[in-house]
Design a protein around this ligand. Structure first.
Ligand SMILES: [Zn+2]
Length: 117
């Protein structure tokens, strides 16, 4: 099953928050890959790269992202929660556009700050 990149070029990985079982589940890894989303799988199909080795997060114009050491795919990185999110893209501008689009949706969420007890 392979989604073609449509005219919009948007292949969004549906990240279920924080559920990536990267290390623990040896035999479960295909499930983990599927849960991680299809964007990575599509790039795997194209490049034969699993994006296993990601660079240390790089910050650029207020955006943090990681770069795959194998093929150069980029992925946004959440410094607050210290995890990567969103689709894999080779073009940083596409990631920034994706981020802006998703940010406008999430902006309605209440900003919760835990009071220091
Ligand atoms: Zn890669």
């Amino acid at each position: 099953m392979l989604r073609t990149m449509g005219s919009a070029g948007v292949v969004v990985a549906e990240d279920t928050h924080g559920r990536e079982k990267s290390r623990k589940s040896g035999w479960l890894w295909p499930v983990g890959v599927m849960a991680t989303g299809f964007a990575g799988v599509v790039l795997v199909a194209l490049r034969g790269c699993w994006h296993r080795r990601m660079s240390w997060p790089v910050r650029m114009q207020g955006h943090a992202y990681q770069v795959c050491l194998g093929c150069g795919a980029k992925r946004l990185f959440d410094e607050e929660h210290f995890r990567a999110y969103g689709p894999y893209r080779y073009d940083l501008n596409e990631l920034i556009a994706w981020k802006k689009a998703s940010n406008t949706e999430k902006r309605t969420l209440p900003h919760v700050e835990r009071p220091a007890s």
